[in-house]
Design a protein around this ligand. Structure first.
Ligand code: NOJ
Length: 561
């Protein structure tokens, strides 16, 4: 397997709006990030992935871009950006930017031109279609509820928007669109940035003819995902992008790809395919959704969880590369979702971190995860800001069998604003995020959960993450070792080994609130062992043949043959 810096790195994701506000307007900004670089250096991360900071009317918090080469006013100026990049590089950190090119904002100059007349040269930058019998051109549903088409009075046609109506989809069939994107990428790469996270990049190739999705009784709009996820020209476009841009720089790339499976991921990330380094797949974060999608709550089946991770670990081994994440700005907080955010808050946050950082792949930490930040429950729908939540609420509350409390429950469990409450820096007003009024309320638990407290407490989740990151730097096997699941049928324990040459790691994790019994499989032989990390006090010399694990206990041993 080839060695690469991006395989050895730990990435930290910043959602700038919620990270740190330096000027008291209630919105996080670039200077705010620069002011916190020493905190991130202390944590030990290598790369920052910055969610979009470009000019945007903020219909979807920056994922609707109106100018790819300008900084959003609320976030600061290009000089602030240059300063951030240079301060990061001085500290040996790299910067990965978000690239959002499946769609632009409807306030982007290209779209303003495009909608002005049917024969405008920019018209074909987007998908425009006449209606069919006074209806939308097809029955596709937007990811943010309702139709994926918006009628435009002026030219009497519809345009396609897979996300909000302020996010029209770009037409990648048009060579000019692709060239504009490549030039934009070079603009940022020539400034010295170190990579791109590519937003829903497997949506850019649509099936020609844009056929109807399968009819569902009683539903007007249905998923057209089969016709735009992993579409017919996706590999052609990515290889072209690679050849024209990516291959010319020493950078890291990760493609966000809902609906990707392992076989496809081998193609996207295969070492000699010249596409991307890795993808964000969604299988493990879809396991707790029912057939009606993310708001259709379902209990997580632990065996499915183990099987899914194992499939991805074994599938990409020696072929491509995994990205490892349990939360981000679109997902609920991992300790609330996969752990226990009450009695075993600290133990389960550390256990989940151990799980992720010892898998093969590049780990991604989402801001506040290193403090064990949790989901939030706001009483009023008015305290929520996310367009996905608000659109869903509006749609569902209008249905005849609607139940306000049930909708709120699904928001508490799955809503994206769980991840977007301000970073909790200290126990002062608004968790130290802003001296003004924050754009979204802080989680009321900031008095107990905050960075200031955890920096001074050696036993904190923060210090545990720091140790995990250091271990990765000290042991090649954590990055490059192969993965094998052990005890596949165990109901509470997720245990696996990593192997590199003569070395082996044994990772033992109790995913439950109860004590759980572990017995070492006979085939794992060793003469000596070293305890690398654990989330409870453990006597390193205790035998490991039989262990009664405490709730959410995690242990990692290095075994010597
Ligand atoms: C995925 C992003 O992560 C999400 O935040 C955004 O709403 C959609 N893509 C649309 O850009």
């Amino acid at each position: 397997m080839e060695k690469s810096w991006w395989k050895e790195s730990v990435v930290y994701q910043i959602y700038p709006r919620s990270f740190n506000d330096s000027n008291g307007d209630g919105i996080g900004d670039l200077k705010g990030i620069t002011n916190k670089l020493d905190y991130l250096k202390e944590l030990g991360i290598d790369v920052i992935w910055l969610s979009p900071v470009y000019q945007s009317p903020n219909d979807d918090n920056g994922y609707d871009i109106s100018d790819y080469r300008a900084i959003m006013d609320e976030f600061g100026t290009m000089a602030d950006f240059d300063e951030l990049l240079s301060e990061m590089h001085q500290r040996g950190m790299k910067l990965m930017m978000d690239l959002v090119v499946n769609h632009t904002s409807d306030e982007h100059e290209w779209f303003k031109q495009a909608r002005s007349s049917k024969d405008n040269p920019y018209r074909d930058y987007y998908y425009w279609r006449p209606g069919k019998n006074g209806q939308e051109p097809n029955n596709w549903e937007s990811v943010f509820s309702g139709s994926a088409w918006e009628y435009d009075e002026k030219t009497e046609e519809y345009y396609l928007h897979l996300f909000s109506k302020k996010q029209p989809d770009l037409n990648w069939e048009n060579r000019k669109v692709r060239e504009e994107v490549y030039e934009t990428m070079k603009f940022w790469l020539d400034k010295g940035i170190d990579g791109f996270r590519m937003d829903v990049i497997n949506f850019i190739s649509k099936v020609p003819g844009l056929p109807n999705g399968e009819k569902i009784l009683g539903k007007k709009y249905v998923s057209g995902a089969n016709f735009y996820m992993n579409g017919p020209k996706i590999h052609e476009y990515l290889q072209e992008m690679n050849q024209e841009v990516l291959a010319k720089y020493d950078i890291m790339t990760v493609g966000e790809m809902p609906g990707v499976d392992v076989e496809m991921a081998k193609q996207y990330t295969g070492e000699n395919r010249n596409e991307l380094n890795m993808v964000f797949q969604f299988e493990h974060v879809d396991l707790d959704s029912g057939p009606k999608g993310k708001w259709d709550l379902k209990d997580l089946n632990f065996h499915d969880f183990k099987a899914s991770f194992t499939k991805w670990q074994k599938g990409l081994e020696g072929v491509g590369w995994n990205s490892l994440y349990l939360n981000n700005h679109d997902q609920p907080r991992m300790v609330s979702r996969f752990g226990d955010d009450k009695e075993y808050w600290k133990e389960s946050a550390k256990m989940l971190a151990t799980f992720l950082h010892f898998l093969q792949g590049t780990p991604y930490i989402y801001q506040g995860e290193e403090l064990g930040m949790t989901n939030v429950r706001f009483d009023s729908i008015d305290d929520y800001k996310d367009i996905e939540i608000l659109n869903m609420y509006k749609e569902k509350i209008g249905e005849s069998d609607s139940d306000h409390q049930q909708i709120m429950e699904s928001i508490y469990v799955k809503g994206r604003d769980n991840a977007r409450t301000p970073m909790q820096w200290n126990d002062e007003n608004h968790g130290g995020f802003t001296s003004g009024t924050p754009w979204i309320k802080v989680n009321p638990n900031y008095k107990e959960i905050n960075a200031k407290q955890q920096l001074t407490d050696e036993d904190s989740i923060f210090h545990y993450y720091k140790k995990l990151i250091q271990l990765r730097k000290q042991h090649d096997i954590i990055v490059y070792g192969t993965y094998d699941l052990i005890l596949p049928d165990h109901n509470e324990i997720f245990a696996y080994t990593r192997t590199l040459g003569e070395e082996k790691l044994l990772i033992i994790l109790n995913f439950s609130k109860e004590n759980s019994f572990f017995e070492l499989p006979k085939e794992i032989q060793f003469s000596n062992k070293e305890l690398l990390i654990s989330n409870y006090e453990v006597n390193p010399t205790d035998s490991i043949e039989k262990i009664t694990l405490l709730p959410f206990e995690a242990r990692v041993y290095k075994l010597f043959i």
